[in-house]
Design a protein around this ligand. Structure first.
Ligand code: FAD
Length: 367
């Protein structure tokens, strides 16, 4: 991490996934200066939409469950509420293959009691779930072990495995419950049982004005899920500012590098190469002075000694031609003046590059 990036903010948020971006957004809205720092080249984390051949592809999540009023508030604030599209009602029906046949996933208690997806034995086994002891807090249990321990094999095969494959395209035997489904882990730890957690948790959800997942609407955006993370990244004032500042610095660096080249070439028409080569040594000297003025760098004694030697050398070199140098409109005076301008131009280019390091490094780029 580049320490210079975060030196003048109240708060640094590491990671520009949906969590970091929304945390950064609300902090900024409260007037707290915040920097969201991202290791990847683009914001959004696992959320990312690709468009090819007129089709949208989602790299990660493809929809959001509207379980909480804070979600609509966030969309409204970042200006994407009207780009929201609802999932088709048909998609609420999910099917799982059992014994070679598609069976609808039950969405209510009555449907669960009558479904052919789970055997009567598996349904009855649910009655023992509230009495299964919770796992030790420190255990990092796999999703599959957790489900078999609490609900049995059929729930793993016909409910959780398809769900895990849909979300993570992963293997329930290998996924960590705590990392992949932190809410389930918390439910067991807090209430000792998933069923008890569902019952007691309902009161808590009602207090937070949350809708249960089974009835919450599912939605995305016309241009895909990245609409939300792009809008959040664009709405972070500091990040937007940093982007403009970086663009300006790139422009300054480009112009001054070109300026250095052109000025030095023209200077060669008015002074000999041996003169211009000596004078252009002012460039690192000016960069050194710029470092002290702009970055408040502290020079060591040996650097000050080098500085003094360079200035003395220049004065000695031009000793007998100083009066000529004071008339920069003609002869060698003009050549030297142009070389000094080239040196100043190069020093500004160097300083702009140093400032750009705050925005870009080899493996780090704030959005
Ligand atoms: C394939 C897939 C499908 C999913 N489908 C759905 C779905 O349909 N609906 C749903 O609600 N949820 C879905 N999820 C879950 C949901 O997408 C994630 O829970 C959520 O996007 C995670 O967001 P996050 O910001 O917490 O983490 P991430 O998106 O992982 O973001 C973390 C960010 O932090 C950055 N970072 C990490 N370490 C550092 C560091 N040291 N310095 C700087 N940056 C760092 C990373 O580069 C990354 O950009 C899905 C997940 C996956 C993987």
């Amino acid at each position: 991490m580049n320490a210079a990036v975060i030196q003048d903010v109240d708060c640094a948020v590491i990671g520009a996934g949906i969590s970091g971006l929304s945390a950064g957004y609300w902090l900024a809205r409260r007037g707290i200066s915040v920097e969201v720092i991202e290791a990847a080249a683009r914001p959004g984390g696992v959320i990312g939409t690709e468009c090819a051949g007129g089709l949208l592809y989602e790299r990660g999540p493809n929809s959001i469950l509207d379980t909480n009023p804070h979600i609509a508030r966030l969309l409204e604030n970042v200006g994407v509420l009207d780009r929201r599209i609802e999932a088709s009602a048909v998609s609420a029906k999910r099917f799982v293959v059992r014994s070679g046949k598609l069976v609808a996933l039950p969405t209510s208690l009555a449907a669960f009691l009558t479904t052919r997806l789970f055997s009567s034995r598996a349904k009855l086994a649910l009655l023992r779930e509230p009495f299964v002891a919770p796992a030790p807090t420190e255990l990092d249990e796999a999703v599959a072990d957790f489900v078999v321990r609490r609900l049995g094999h059929e729930f793993l095969n016909y409910a959780i495995e398809p769900f895990v494959a849909g979300i993570y395209a992963g293997n329930a035997e290998q996924l960590s419950l705590r990392a992949a489904f932190p809410k389930l882990h918390a439910l067991e730890q807090r209430y000792g049982s998933l069923i008890k957690g569902q019952i007691y948790g309902a009161r808590e959800r009602a207090r937070r004005i949350e809708k249960p997942r089974s009835v919450a609407a599912s939605f995305s955006f016309r241009d895909g899920m990245q609409t939300l993370t792009d809008a959040l990244a664009g709405a972070l004032p500091r990040l937007r500012g940093a982007g403009r500042a970086a663009a300006l610095l790139v422009a300054v660096a480009t112009l001054t590098l070109v300026g250095n080249f052109v000025l030095y070439l023209v200077a060669l028409d008015h002074a000999t190469p041996s003169v211009t080569q000596v004078v252009i040594q002012l460039a690192p000297l000016l960069l050194l002075v710029g470092g002290v003025v702009v970055f408040h760098e502290k020079l060591a004694g040996i650097q000050w000694a080098g500085f003094a030697i360079l200035v003395t050398g220049l004065l000695l070199f031009f000793n007998d031609r100083l009066p000529e140098l004071l008339r920069p409109s003609e002869g060698i005076g003009l050549g030297v003046a142009l070389t000094v301008a080239a040196a100043i131009s190069w020093a500004i280019y160097g300083l702009a590059q140093k400032l750009l390091l705050r925005h870009f490094t080899a493996r780090f780029a704030p959005i």
